[in-house]
Design a protein around this ligand. Structure first.
Ligand code: MTE
Ligand code: MO
Length: 506
């Protein structure tokens, strides 16, 4: 008499594989929180993907997902890992090796991601190492339970599998959650004391916007401030753990802790930040009032040697930018900022210390979570984005935007108002003009200009005949330069062209 072996059910195998991989990720998260917060195996892989993403793909991702590009990456990772894991589970009916290969393969991938991170330290290997061992162990233990013959005592074995797998899954989720919570601890802007600045460069911003006509408020609410960075999980640095090392072409190396920095001469100034990736008409621009220590004062402590040309700033997570010494030492409000709009910096905007330089795009100046400044030459350090094809220098280009009416809007014929913003940080905007259907340029009314380091709002009543119309805007800066009509992509050093919207008057 022959007995046929029961065909193993695929469901439990897939579940077993998913639980094993989930346990690896969850425990990896927990171990990372305990020994090396930046070395979470899951996030390290995502972070490596960000580093390796070719420029065209990054631009496509930003075009598709905007500032949700990181969420999209994480969701994509979950889908890919889940899919591969399910396949490996299915392939493991007769043999545990496909599942093992998957777990070990993912472990090697995360080790590679961790080792190639700019902030790599040997301890960072531990979370991925533990994750592989846990993942492989859970797989080797759960797979036989998943395959337990369903003939005799089938209900029992199914129940045993469900409780075992379910319990392990719960444990994995708990480990991962505890890991995330622990990893988030320590750093908090709440309760950080900000001394009063010696220089309050903040004239009352009265009449600086036309919110009633549809411009953004002159001062961007902190919660609405655009956010751009390469950090999949933001560095969380407790004030007591922070220090800044100033070295390179200096007379004496200096290391400042937070209290020392906070005790130096503080200035407060509005500065409008802009991202080089901002497209014509885009929203990657925001205005804040920053509190900080002039970069020049910190450089003076160290003493810049002759021949130095720029500084290279590095963040806690290993991102770098380079900034020419000129704009850092010519008296403008270039600062190591510790405050934004009267509060300590929000974590995602660089807590506890970041750099802010009026007139330069963020990628060449606005280093968040800054921990290291090297005084060097232009060729001494090539920054993160310069390595990826972006320009070495990133002065902000004179630009303007139509906020109202929106593209595609229907407006009342005869009595609409157009309004928006223009910017030429540290130079200032002296005129904004609007052209309807390619006709003559009409001069817009400008709002007050509390500082040349911030954007400037404009408005212009329109008298449109019924029908479709095309509105175009251009700004003129204080150097006399009229915003160019030439359309350029944001790479390598900032988009140009006139923002154009199409509307229908009825
Ligand atoms: N550490 C770190 N700092 C960074 C970045 C980054 O990726 N990492 N991105 C820069 C870029 S490209 C911009 S536009 C600004 C944005 O600052 P915000 O997010 O506070 O608006 O931060 C800059 N500072
Ligand atoms: Mo940027």
């Amino acid at each position: 008499m022959t007995t046929t072996r029961p065909v193993p059910r695929s469901g439990p195998l897939v579940v077993a594989a998913l639980v094993a991989v989930g346990a690896a990720i969850g425990v990896g998260e927990l171990v990372a929180a305990l020994v090396s917060p930046a070395a979470s195996p899951f996030l390290a892989v995502g972070q490596a993907a960000i580093r390796l993403t070719p420029e065209w793909l990054k631009e496509t991702a930003i075009a598709w997902f905007g500032t949700f590009d990181k969420v999209a990456l994480l969701v994509g990772m979950v889908v890919v890992i889940g899919g591969l894991t399910a396949l490996a589970g299915l392939a493991s009916r007769r043999d545990e090796r496909p599942g093992l290969v998957l777990v070990v393969g993912m472990g090697l991938l995360s080790l590679a991601a961790v080792v190639t991170a700019p902030t790599f330290a040997p301890l960072d290997l531990v979370p991925s190492g533990v994750a592989v061992v846990v993942g492989a162990g859970v797989w080797r233990w759960l797979r036989p339970v998943a395959l337990a013959p369903s003939a005799a005592g089938g209900v029992l074995s199914r129940r045993r599998f469900l409780t075992t797998a379910g319990g392990t899954a719960l444990g994995a989720v708990a480990a991962g959650t505890v890991g995330r919570v622990l990893g988030a601890g320590g750093a908090s802007p709440a309760g950080v004391d900000l001394p009063a600045p010696a220089t309050v460069a903040v004239p009352p911003a009265v009449g600086a916007d036309f919110v009633a006509d549809g411009t953004p408020p002159w001062l961007t609410p902190v919660a609405d401030f655009y956010r751009i960075d390469t950090a999949l999980s933001v560095p969380r640095i407790a004030v007591g753990d922070w220090s800044l090392r100033v070295h390179g072409m200096v007379d004496r190396e200096v290391t400042l802790d937070f209290d020392r920095l906070r005790g130096m001469r503080l200035i407060e100034a509005p500065v409008t930040l802009t991202c080089v990736s901002n497209e014509v008409g885009g929203s990657l621009i925001s205005n804040g009032i920053w509190l900080g220590v002039p970069v020049a004062d910190v450089l003076a402590l160290a003493g810049v040697r002759p021949g130095a040309q720029q500084i290279a700033s590095t963040s806690a997570d290993g991102w770098t930018c380079t900034t020419p010494l000129g704009p850092l030492t010519d008296g403008r409000a270039a600062m190591l900022a510790i405050g934004l709009d009267g509060q300590a910096l929000p974590i995602e905007h660089g807590f506890p210390v970041r750099m802010v330089v009026p007139g330069l795009y963020g990628y060449v100046s606005a280093c968040k979570w800054i921990t290291d400044v090297e005084v060097t030459t232009y060729d001494g350090v090539i920054s993160y984005w310069e390595q990826r094809g972006w320009g070495r220098f990133g002065p902000i280009k004179t630009q303007s935007r139509i906020d109202v009416p929106r593209d595609g809007a229907t407006v009342p014929a005869g009595r609409a108002v157009a309004a928006g913003v223009a910017w030429a940080q540290h130079t200032g905007v002296v005129a904004v003009e609007l052209s309807v259907d390619g006709g003559p340029w009409r001069t817009a009314q400008l709002a007050a200009e509390p500082t040349v380091d911030a954007w400037r709002m404009w408005r212009l009543p329109l008298d449109l005949a019924p029908g479709p119309h095309r509105l175009q805007v251009r700004a003129t800066d204080r150097s006399g330069e009229v915003q160019t009509a030439v359309e350029a992509l944001s790479i390598p050093d900032g988009a140009t062209g006139w923002h154009t919207v199409s509307v229908t008057a009825v």
